[in-house]
Design a binder for this molecule. Structure first.
Ligand code: ZN
Length: 530
């Protein structure tokens, strides 16, 4: 039996693929929709939604698919949609424009974490096989005029069908579009196509705007004669509620609990993914006004501190600095070239190996060192820690999280937190070794949180407006050595640690920690200010 007839018109091929994508790529979309509109009371509406999705997608495709473009476009869509639908079905991922940014900024090792037998099989059945069928099918050749007429007729029919469908269930559709905005984010491929358009336009906006230097008046005005040495640790995917320092049942912070650490218990992130959160947290702009076009095109906290006269260094064991360290010294620790602890994954601890000699080489210059960690990056949590940190068992040892129990996922994740706890204690040890001739402090905060299966959601990157707390509530810890504790008012910092704080505070807190004065500085946002 042949999958396709010998020859198809362009219109029929588009309709066929729009139907195939609507049917095979939208399991999560219909699953989430069924939770709001149960089948027993909404059978006809749900049927109409299927038709509406198909007609909308077909209309879109007809705008871009012509004799030369039809096959490449349909094949690209089939391939990408199969990967998108696998990620949505298995991890509940939503492909908004931040997730698209994240996808483009993901490196090969992060992608390899997502590959499994199941994902390859899924890709073969729903991506590759139909793509081969599209490639093989012959398309009827007709004159340009006939093509134009046929297309016009198809457009008209599709518009009439969509209009009839919407008018017949107008109440349902108005609640679907107005009150249940999150549902449409699962529509595949329509939502990721929309997000990609947004991503491209924001990229164009970034490149068209000139870079804006701000904080040119910044200067260091220290209240102490000692050199300032601050280490900022940017965490990855750590959740506030999985820290025993914040009351978590399991002892995930055995090392930090032995130190005088101040925990900011009500801290929230700027975004729900690395690509958005990292540049946002270093930006003068707050969460409500931040976008890449504005934020990446102006000096960030590190630029200003560097211009004020401190040495600023960024060591990266994550994906990149997301443009934050473009104008300061950057060192990549993701390979054994620089990182001395790779087994085979390069560990965060490796960033500390040669750090002392770097500190010694800077004479007496004030230093701000950023350590961008791999932390708890999922879904392969079990790969994120050396064997001896596998304390919480049994552990989920696959990247297909929905095949593990909640306990196994949580255990694997908690072991990553335990390793982070150990790593932070090593950072503190390094600072203690320098406290004779420096005022030292550590500030650790995660870039965003993580869903570990709550509400059937895994990983992170949900659009902020619909993201669960697990993806937004992050841990943040400060540690000060004895000499710097006389410069800052520790009691007032402890008071602020009990209040709601966010990534919006980081810009001003870093200026405060480095004693940098500028008219941009806002004391009320500095977590270390009295
Ligand atoms: Zn991240």
């Amino acid at each position: 039996m042949k999958l396709f007839p010998n020859k198809l018109s362009q219109i029929h091929l588009v309709l066929l693929i729009a139907g195939f994508l609507t049917l095979t790529g939208n399991f999560t979309f219909f699953e989430k929709t069924l939770l709001v509109y149960p089948l027993s009371e909404n059978l006809f509406f749900l049927g109409s939604l299927f038709i509406f999705h198909l007609t909308l997608l077909a209309t879109l495709l007809l705008i871009f698919c012509f004799s030369k473009t039809i096959k490449p476009i349909l094949i690209l869509l089939l391939i990408i949609s199969s990967l998108v639908s696998f990620s949505s079905n298995n991890y509940g991922i939503v492909f908004d424009h931040n997730m698209i940014t994240n996808t483009f900024e993901t490196d090969a090792s992060e992608l390899s974490d997502l590959i499994s037998f199941k994902s390859i099989l899924y890709f073969l059945i729903f991506g590759l096989l139909p793509s081969i069928a599209v490639w093989k099918v012959s398309i009827k050749k007709i004159t340009f005029k006939a093509q134009l007429l046929e297309r016009l007729k198809a457009f008209l029919i599709l518009v009439v069908i969509s209009t009839v469908v919407i008018l017949s269930f107008s109440k349902h559709y108005s609640s679907f579009f107005r009150e249940n905005k999150s549902l449409r984010t699962y529509s595949n491929p329509i939502y990721y196509l929309y997000s990609t358009t947004k991503f491209v336009s924001s990229k164009l906006a970034v490149s068209s705007e000139p870079f804006k230097e701000i904080g040119l008046d910044a200067k260091i005005n220290k209240n102490s004669n000692l050199r300032r040495l601050v280490i900022l640790v940017v965490g990855e995917t750590a959740r506030s509620d999985h820290m025993s320092l914040n009351g978590y049942d399991l002892k995930t912070n055995p090392y930090l609990e032995q130190e005088e650490v101040i925990s900011f218990k009500k801290m929230t992130s700027c975004g729900t993914d690395t690509a958005f959160s990292v540049p946002c947290m270093f930006s003068l702009l707050d969460r409500s006004s931040y976008n890449h076009a504005k934020g990446k095109n102006m000096s960030n906290a590190l630029d200003i501190i560097s211009n004020a006269g401190a040495k600023v260094l960024w060591l990266d064991n994550n994906s990149s600095s997301k443009s934050v360290a473009d104008r300061i010294t950057f060192k990549d620790y993701r390979s054994s070239e620089l990182n001395s602890i790779c087994n085979p994954e390069c560990r965060d601890e490796g960033m500390l190996t040669n750090l002392q000699s770097f500190i010694d080489d800077q004479n007496n210059q004030d230093l701000l060192i950023v350590l961008h960690t791999m932390g708890s990056h999922g879904p392969a949590y079990y790969k994120r820690y050396p064997e001896k940190f596998e304390v919480f068992i049994p552990v989920c040892k696959t990247n297909l999280l929905n095949e593990c129990s909640r306990e196994e996922i949580s255990n694997a994740y908690d072991n990553t937190i335990l390793y982070t706890d150990y790593f932070l204690s090593k950072v503190i040890d390094l600072l203690k070794n320098n406290s004779q001739d420096s005022d030292t402090a550590m500030f650790y905060l995660s870039d965003h949180g993580e869903s570990l299966g709550e509400f059937g959601i895994y990983l992170h990157g949900y659009p902020y407006f619909m993201a669960p707390d697990e993806q937004k509530k992050i841990p943040a810890f400060m540690w000060f050595d004895e000499s710097i504790s006389r410069v800052f008012d520790i009691d007032s910092i402890k008071e602020k640690a009990e209040l709601s704080q966010s990534h919006d505070n980081l810009f001003h807190t870093l200026l405060g920690l480095m004693d940098v004065e500028t008219e941009l500085y806002k004391k009320d946002l500095d977590l270390t200010a009295k």
